[in-house]
Design a binder for this molecule. Structure first.
Ligand code: SF4
Length: 214
């Protein structure tokens, strides 16, 4: 059966997080996540309860249901405005691994795109992705054991850095929870969180403190 892709929004911007910070990219935000249904009334009981993104529906800029991988890749390509340098697409969500497949990856590659994915790490990824950023959430089981960057919102009671010591990555980042953009979730001890993260990185130099760019 031919698969379609449910997309929340697609837009051209600068990557604001992680090792690729500041790099121009087309963001392709897939609708839905497997760790939260996106409804406020269910947030408290979700496996991930501090999400700062609207992950429901397809009502954002260039959002919609794309019938084919080619249709979706064409829109992403149209938004890559510079025609200079290596085109770069960041597949994010929601959880992109729910929908991202080899057909779409092939279509992006045929257009010359380098493909990054931002995943919570709980689902297997198709082969061919060029840059994997894994950001574990809560007590969810991680199936990825290798990625380019491991990014943790800190602190999370059930997802402290030591839990992921088996994962191979080139970059390890902590982002203090109080700096998240969400207005819906504020860490109860927000004044202390950045200091805790700084202390952790000083004691564990593999990990670096990273802030979002807004
Ligand atoms: S895993 Fe990511 S997309 Fe899913 S609910 Fe958590 S923060 Fe949001």
């Amino acid at each position: 059966m031919k698969k379609s892709y449910k997309i929340k929004e697609i837009f051209y911007t600068l990557q604001g997080e992680g090792a690729q910070s500041g790099r121009p990219a087309v963001f392709c935000r897939f609708s839905k996540c497997n760790l939260w249904n996106g409804k406020e009334e269910d947030r408290a009981d979700a496996a991930c309860n501090f999400c700062d993104t609207d992950i429901l529906g397809m009502n954002g800029q260039n959002g919609g249901e794309y019938k084919t991988a080619s249709d979706l890749a064409s829109v992403v390509n149209r938004l890559w405005s510079s025609n200079k340098g290596k085109p770069f697409v960041v597949c994010t969500g929601g959880e992109p691994a729910l929908q991202l497949d080899e057909d779409l990856i092939e279509n992006f590659h045929q257009l010359g795109f380098e493909i990054a994915v931002e995943t919570n790490g709980t689902l297997p990824l198709p082969i061919g992705i060029d840059w994997i950023c894994c950001s574990p959430k809560g007590s969810s089981k991680i199936v990825i054991d290798e990625c380019d960057e491991l990014k943790l919102v800190f602190p999370q009671k059930d997802a402290m850095p030591d839990k992921f010591s088996h994962i191979k990555a080139d970059y390890f980042y902590l982002t203090p929870m109080d700096l998240l953009s969400t207005k819906k979730y504020i860490h109860p001890n927000q004044d202390d969180v950045t200091q805790e993260a700084i202390k952790f990185c000083l004691n564990n130099p593999k990990w670096r403190l990273k802030f979002f760019i807004y």
